[in-house]
Design a binder for this molecule. Structure first.
Ligand SMILES: NC(=O)c1ccc[n+]([C@@H]2O[C@H](COP(=O)([O-])OP(=O)(O)OC[C@H]3O[C@@H](n4cnc5c(N)ncnc54)[C@H](O)[C@@H]3O)[C@@H](O)[C@H]2O)c1
Length: 411
């Protein structure tokens, strides 16, 4: 195979970006587009430079049954995101899925098992892990330049206005709260039901890459529903999780979609503190990222010109989106399929970012209960491709492999 025949599934704003990019990157041919909202098929087809023979369907089952499709690009925003990814793998397709991967622990297991059993490539297309500063910070931590990491912060306060929260189910058009009176047919989108903290894979992905670590425990809190900023929206403004990692670092991670933030600061922010120093991302457009070393004769933190853009980006990556990072997930997915092997951000590392986020929401639902995060890797307790047995103390009906005491995962 020298060209991946790929179907784009979920034809919203993000998919149009993927369609544009996948036509620019060698090794891909878009052969199908799919969305349950029929009105979104034509704009997706119109975004193709050559639409001849490209299948357009409102039914995901058509994509799964089509032998001419090698891979699924999953750009959906819905509760079933994880199940759809697993179904793709189960149908023998490679799957490149947008964040946040899944919305239940059961779906996390389903993805892992389907990837193991099918041998197909699963990638969570989380791109910020390819940012230039992420690799620089990973090296700093690995070399012990800031000592042993004790405390980290990360947040995704992604304010898009209110249009993402209401959609006309027939036309697919989104409306803001100020347009609802004129468009009473608009319905709340999944983003109003989704606990904001479910979006944490976008932050945990670069963070856990920097730390070379995984989360083992999580608890969380939420502001109330509806939003204080936009009372027409049921989503809480802020949810904050406290996490402990296998290497004994503490993480404070926050998300929100309705909380206004300054435009120049960006959605993402990070901080890593160790026994020998600290590194942190900039707080405003006027600032640079900063570093301080305890052994460096430094009285204050120093500005460092770390950027999202990599200094070694190939021409194909430039202007691909999100500080050039969008290119890398498509290149990694392509290379794993065409040349064999796996993606650098493999299924276990991907689910390491999704499961703590899901359990953080479960913790909130259970009154800020401490939750144990299962390890999804095969090992002594579970063979590759085998479902995990119930953990000691699990009640009948608990999700497989959960640690004792964890609440049900119906999110
Ligand atoms: N990585 C990033 O930087 C980034 C940026 C934006 C969005 N995203 C992610 O991309 C995805 C899409 O975001 P968006 O802004 O385009 O959302 P959107 O709501 O505009 O579009 C999502 C589309 O998915 C479709 N869909 C829902 N259920 C489906 C199903 N069962 N089968 C097929 N299609 C289905 C909807 O009809 C909708 O058209 C989300 O998962 C979001 O979290 C990632």
């Amino acid at each position: 195979m020298d060209e991946i025949h790929i179907a784009i599934v979920g034809l919203g704003h993000r998919a149009l970006g993927w369609i544009h990019l996948l036509q620019r990157i060698s090794g891909y041919r878009i052969v199908a587009v799919c969305d349950p909202i029929e009105a979104l098929l034509e704009p997706a087809l119109a975004a193709l430079t050559n639409r001849d023979g490209v299948r357009a369907t409102t039914n995901y089952a058509d994509i799964l049954a089509d032998d001419g499709i090698d891979a699924v690009a999953l750009c959906v925003r819905c509760r079933e995101q994880g199940a759809l990814a697993a179904m793709g793998l189960e149908a023998g397709k490679h799957v490149n899925s947008e964040v946040p991967a899944a919305h239940s622990i059961e779906d996390c297991w389903r993805i892992v098992l389907a990837a193991e059993r099918s041998g197909k490539v699963y990638q969570l297309a989380e791109q910020t892990r390819y940012w230039g500063f992420v690799d620089a910070w990973r090296q700093i931590v690995a070399e012990g330049q800031i000592g042993r990491v004790t405390f980290c912060e990360g947040q995704y306060i992604g304010y898009y206005g209110t249009r993402v929260f209401f959609q006309d189910p027939h036309t697919g058009r989104h409306y803001g709260v100020d347009e609802l009176a004129q468009h009473p047919q608009a319905r709340p989108t999944w983003l109003q039901d989704m606990p904001p903290i479910h979006y944490l894979p976008h932050e945990l992905s670069p963070k856990l890459k920097v730390l070379d670590d995984r989360v083992v425990e999580v608890t969380a809190m939420s502001t109330g529903s509806p939003s204080y900023a936009h009372p027409e929206i049921t989503s809480p403004d802020i949810q904050v999780a406290l996490m402990k990692t296998e290497k004994d670092a503490l993480l404070r991670m926050a998300t929100g979609f309705t909380q206004p933030v300054s435009h120049t600061r960006g959605h993402h922010w990070y901080h890593v503190m160790g026994t020998g120093g600290s590194i942190e991302w900039s707080r405003s457009g006027r600032e640079r990222p900063k570093m301080w070393r305890a052994d460096g004769q430094m009285h204050d933190m120093a500005d460092v010109d770390w950027r999202l853009e990599r200094t070694d980006a190939p021409a194909e990556a430039r202007a691909s989106g999100h500080g050039d990072a969008d290119y890398y997930v498509h290149a990694a997915f392509r290379d794993a399929i065409l040349h064999g092997g796996t993606v650098p951000f493999d299924v276990y590392a991907a689910i390491d970012t999704a499961a703590p986020a899901i359990l953080a929401a479960d913790s909130i639902a259970a009154g800020t209960k401490l939750m144990k995060v299962p390890d999804f890797r095969p090992g002594a307790a579970r063979q590759r491709g085998e479902r995990p047995g119930p953990a000691p103390g699990d009640a009948p009906g608990d999700a497989p492999g959960d640690a004792p005491g964890n609440a049900q995962h119906g999110s």
